[in-house]
Design a protein around this ligand. Structure first.
Ligand SMILES: NC(=O)c1ccc[n+]([C@@H]2O[C@H](COP(=O)([O-])OP(=O)(O)OC[C@H]3O[C@@H](n4cnc5c(N)ncnc54)[C@H](OP(=O)(O)O)[C@@H]3O)[C@@H](O)[C@H]2O)c1
Length: 437
């Protein structure tokens, strides 16, 4: 095993596998799983739906963070119901089943199934029918609202990111009000701080700051709605910085921040006949300082802390910066881009059919420059007092060069999401399990 594929962060057991609150994920789960995802309202599973009002309702389960939350909360033995939407080919239940199965595949053990409720947050009451609402009122006592649109640009309130982030949050709050749910956990973003510099405290939200994009504005509006909901007893807010891949496997299903600049270097090398590329030169071209730092957090750690906090009543009612204590300097990002594309990307050849000239690249880059700048501007210092108080025992994994290279390799090998990754067949941790065993 070479140093780039070696997987040994400190908080994993001798087999290299994660522990959840001291329980190895290889340990048996204390109750038998049903054969299949349970859906509402047609196929309620009596063996699954036993206890009253202790089920957590989770949104955004089909996304990057949501798929890890589902794993961690199921491993914790938490009764779980999820609101998910169908896609063009699959029902919500089939999508969720694929995610749970992929984790079973990775973990080598069976997992219990969440109850799947098909819904779309942009519709009133999240598109839920009366039977689903009644089921939620009977069984759910808390919501973990994680779904969002990560669209950066869009000022029309009827379109993204506003439709899902603001209207959607309002609809989730409406469901809580009707169902009598009084504890709300909300996944926001550290970038509600907008363009602030200096130190940003966890208890601050609107201090007259400017914003880098509409996504940030929409997430502030969503936080404001949640904090203003007088039918809730507790509001707990999680604010991750830029979520990157899995610290052990490099897996990701979204390609923001770090991956945006990596993709730029990859595109330059693979589509323009230049022979090599310079990551540091690219970073300089983007107008960011070599010493500026970006705050990245691995998805497995974010999920670990959120699921721990959600399970700890004492953690309720506060705001948590899920940010890294050591931002990655832009200089390191520049070196990463260069090293990763030279190692994993195939340089353009003269006879490549999709070869482009340098002018094309320069034009494309100019077009998208403000998007990159909004990803790459220098970050403020995020105060982590509340996070350390509840999750000091869960240190954020180091984002050293081998870890970043693992993420870059995954992104390049999966063509930045153009090759499917989020299913049972392709989730890379299957390979990681093999490496570990
Ligand atoms: N990624 C980051 O760098 C980052 C950083 C800070 C905070 N966050 C926050 O973390 C949370 C999770 O982000 P992520 O990176 O996991 O995003 P993601 O991979 O894009 O997942 C978004 C999830 O939200 C769901 N969703 C979106 N619109 C919906 C709607 N109208 N109805 C129902 N479900 C809807 C998506 O469902 P479909 O699969 O059906 O689209 C998906 O499950 C978000 O609240 C985000 O703002 C993310």
């Amino acid at each position: 095993m070479d140093s780039q594929t070696r997987i040994e962060p400190p908080k994993y057991t001798a087999t290299g596998l994660r522990t959840v609150h001291g329980l190895s994920i290889l340990d048996p789960i204390p109750y038998a799983p049903p054969a299949k995802v349970a859906c509402l309202p047609s196929s309620q599973d009596a063996t699954l739906i036993t206890a009253s009002r202790n089920t957590l309702l989770l949104t955004g389960v089909t996304g990057l963070l949501g798929s890890y939350l589902v794993r961690d909360l199921l491993l914790d033995g938490r009764g779980l119901a999820v609101v998910a939407r169908r896609d063009r080919k699959r029902s919500a239940a089939d999508r969720v089943e694929a995610i749970v199965r992929s984790w079973e595949d990775v973990l080598g053990r069976v997992l219990p199934r969440p109850v799947v409720i098909e819904g779309d947050l942009t519709r009133p009451d999240c598109g839920l029918d009366a039977a689903s609402l009644e089921w939620i009122a009977t069984h759910c006592d808390e919501v973990l609202h994680n779904a969002a649109s990560l669209t950066f640009r869009g000022t029309d309130p009827a379109c993204e990111p506003w439709r899902t982030n603001v209207q959607g949050t309002r609809h989730v709050l409406d469901v809580c009000r009707q169902a009598g749910i009084r504890h709300f956990h909300h996944v926001s973003t550290a970038y509600v701080c907008g363009l602030r510099d200096g130190t940003v405290r966890e208890d601050e939200l609107e201090v007259g700051q400017d914003f880098g994009n509409d996504y940030e504005r929409s997430k502030v509006a969503a936080e404001r709605l949640v904090r203003g909901a007088d039918h809730l007893d507790t509001v707990t807010v999680f604010r991750p910085s830029i979520i990157v891949g899995d610290s052990r496997t490099g897996f990701t299903s979204t390609y923001h921040g770090l991956f945006a600049v990596l993709r730029l270097g990859h595109t330059l090398l693979t589509r323009v006949l230049i022979g090599s590329t310079s990551g540091p030169a690219l970073v300089a071209l983007l107008g960011v300082g070599a010493d500026d730092g970006k705050n990245f957090v691995p998805v497995d750690w974010v999920s670990d802390v959120v699921s721990h906090a959600v399970q700890s009543p004492a953690a309720r009612g506060r705001t948590y910066h899920l940010t890294h204590p050591n931002p990655v300097p832009m200089d390191t990002i520049g070196r990463l881009v260069q090293q990763a594309v030279e190692t994993y990307s195939r340089a353009a050849q003269a006879d490549d059919p999709d070869l482009c000239d340098e002018r094309w690249f320069a034009d494309t880059m100019r077009e998208q420059l403000d998007i990159y700048r909004s990803y790459l501007r220098n970050d403020p210092t995020f105060d982590r007092t509340n996070t350390l108080a509840i999750a000091g025992h869960l240190p954020c994994p180091d984002l050293d060069m081998p870890t970043l290279m693992r993420m870059a390799r995954f992104a390049i090998e999966h063509d930045f999401g153009r090759r499917p990754v989020a299913t049972v067949e392709s989730r890379p941790a299957r390979g990681a399990t093999a490496v570990l065993s």
